[in-house]
Design a protein around this ligand. Structure first.
Ligand code: 1CP
Length: 359
């Protein structure tokens, strides 16, 4: 059966006038869905799921089929790059991602090389190709990466962290070594994103989950400068120059102007940012994506509907002098979310947002 083509998300991301606000949700495939848990069980573990393109495709499609979201996001993880660099990623049940071989010394940093995207990360590119075929134009496919700072944080800490003692220690004590690390990660990210686009990804998102842990000066030097290199590389490459790029620094609300200065197409906003204020500051230069508090999704359907309306109202009317809004949560949907809430969210945004777009 041929489905109607929905390119609303891509048109919105290019700043074009659209008839309603598109919606997709960070971590839209994942543990809150029983059908995801079933496929993950079938795969045995999370990494096997990521590394088996047909299964990665199946879980990518699950939230599209079930809820009718306006974009699909490649099912993978940001930690595939460090894994391909030899750090040996394992997903410990109840703990989260851990590297068997974290990178802590200058000697270890100097040994790192840029993985070949098709050789070492071919399973990701295969997944992109399989998903594009399966989507058959139904909705666009988003490719993604972690930001260099966020990837370097996991590589040095060896796992998730609250205080970032090791990576910040490296940054303060051996800034040159930190820069060497960030540069090899940046070069890897650029190669990886170009390969994703060549394989079929139609827009790109950079998850800077831990940039907000930095002081403003260190954010500029150790996170934003490397995201700038990524945007520059993509915007000057024949294959990627027209592919929209969204930057998302969690906790980065005070830095929106400098993020917009990179020349990216959109900014992801976490829920602490006032959307109307962000629109006034940078809304004429970049599309804004976000930003409902993900915890609302763990409550009731009426709370979901009310809070979705508050986000739409905060952005307000699409006047033509602003670039526009894409609905999302302010961070990933949590495993405790109710699947019915996702349906309520999608239905609310798709049925109610038209009133904010002039005919
Ligand atoms: O099934 C499981 O138990 C695994 C849970 C899981 C899932 C579903 C992990 C481990 N990763 C993912 C998928 C994932 N990760 C996607 C898929 C697509 C989708 O959105 O549907 C994406 C885009 C990511 C990106 C990701 N991974 C980020 C950036 C975005 C964010 O949430 O800030 C980060 C920081 C990670 C690391 C990671 N991977 C997994 C976990 C539990 C974590 C967080 C670890 C931590 O810091 O504590």
């Amino acid at each position: 059966m041929t489905q109607m083509k929905n390119d609303l998300y891509l048109r919105a991301l290019k700043g074009e006038k659209v008839e309603r606000t598109p919606i997709w949700v960070m971590r839209q495939a994942g543990r809150y869905l029983p059908e995801y848990r079933a496929v993950r069980k079938q795969a045995g573990d999370f990494l096997t799921l990521c590394k088996t393109p047909e299964l990665a495709c199946e879980v990518t499609m699950q939230p599209i089929d079930r809820f009718g979201l306006d974009a699909a996001i490649l099912f993978s993880d940001i930690l595939t790059i460090p894994d391909a660099m030899g750090l040996e990623l394992v997903l410990e049940e109840g703990i989260g991602p851990v590297f068997n071989k974290p990178v802590r010394t200058v000697a270890e940093i100097n040994k790192l090389g840029v993985p070949d995207a098709e050789q070492d990360l071919g399973y990701v590119m295969d997944a992109v190709r399989v998903i594009r075929k399966e989507l058959d134009g139904r909705v666009p496919l988003i490719g993604f990466t972690g930001s260099p700072w966020t990837l370097a944080s996991y590589m040095v800490e060896g796992s998730g962290s609250k205080e970032f003692r090791r990576i910040k220690g490296l940054m303060f004590e051996s800034p040159a070594a930190a820069r060497t690390l960030l540069q090899v990660v940046t070069d890897s990210v650029i190669t990886y994103l170009k390969a994703q686009v060549a394989a079929g990804a139609q827009s790109l998102m950079v998850f800077d989950t831990w940039g907000g842990m930095l002081s403003t000066a260190n954010y500029q030097t150790f996170s934003l400068a490397y995201m700038q290199q990524i945007v520059d590389a993509l915007k000057t490459d024949e294959v990627t120059k027209d592919t929209p790029v969204v930057l998302f620094t969690k906790g980065g609300g005070q830095w929106l102007e400098m993020m917009a200065d990179t020349g990216c197409d959109g900014l992801g906003l976490d829920w602490t940012v006032d959307l109307a204020n962000a629109k006034a500051r940078v809304g004429d230069r970049v599309v804004l994506q976000g930003n409902m508090d993900p915890v609302v999704m763990n409550t009731g359907e009426s709370q979901v509907r009310d809070n979705a309306m508050l986000v739409l109202e905060a952005y307000g009317n699409h006047s033509g002098s602003d670039k526009g809004h894409i609905f999302n949560l302010g961070h990933g949907i949590q495993p405790f979310a109710q699947p019915d809430n996702m349906q309520a969210l999608v239905t609310t945004v798709q049925s109610q947002s038209g009133q904010f777009h002039s005919k």
